[in-house]
Design a protein around this ligand. Sequence first.
Ligand code: GLV
Length: 310
Amino acid sequence: MNPVLLHLGTPARGERWQTLLPRLVPGLTVRLWPDMGDPATITHVAAWAPPDDLFATLPNLAMVFSVGAGVDQLRADALPDHVALVRTVEPGLIVEMADYATLAVLALHRDLPRYLAAQRTGQWAPQPVTAKGARRVTVLGLGAMGGAIATQIAALGFPVTGWSRRPRDLPGIDCRHGADALPNVLAISDILICALPLTPETRHILNAATFALLPRGAAVVNMGRGGHLDQVALLAALETGQVAAAMLDVTDPEPLPPDHPLWRHPRVVLTPHVAAETDIDGGARAVAAAILAHRAGSVPPGLVDRSAGY
Ligand code: GLV
């Protein structure tokens, strides 16, 4: 049976993948949702958040691709165990995530939210500049993206600590791991960046207790998922000054309701989940590499460990 990949997503990516993927995976056909033909012929699905009932209609499904780095938006529990769930972490996405973190760290390090607020009220209010070596940055999550973020921020001259669930070793980064290590890590985080996957363990990891452990006046960057952040706790910590500023690329829900206080908070910079986007060609190459690896009986790059949730 020749493999058939069903693509759900933008026509631009679907049409490009229809041309590119069969060149990379001989014998593969790409169909564009909702024109899927006979459901029994579909062996692969690539989507961001497919309809909940889709998988149950595809009896010969072998692989499902999230077209982004996360799988929390996908109903993984609706997939039989034999179906390989794969996330797409392609080089373009990693570069963009590291660039967004750089933008956020420099903006927070140089007090940009404060200057933007001052500009709106016509105030000329210079602040002293802190040396980069004295601004300690922590990256939560040291996977492909978190690791690249930590390395790029360290290259700018900031002391960087990285924290992850499992032990990691990255040159130039003070790597710590495990829940027990987190309080000590938070205590030395002047800028805290969340680049974790969203799992039941990491939901609301940025909460009131977390903020209380940070040095007073720390800044927070959330470029993981909105679900990582207890938004009420952030607003409270901003109110007391425990957290001085935040840059958020993700919220819960997305978008926030029009009257949500985070929209207009003078010390919050909000971007609409744009830190990084999977490159169309890079995504096709990642999907092709995973299909070929699976076909050869090896572990596809990006294979999700369903018990860990990422
Ligand atoms: C974007 O948020 C992604 O998971 O790729």
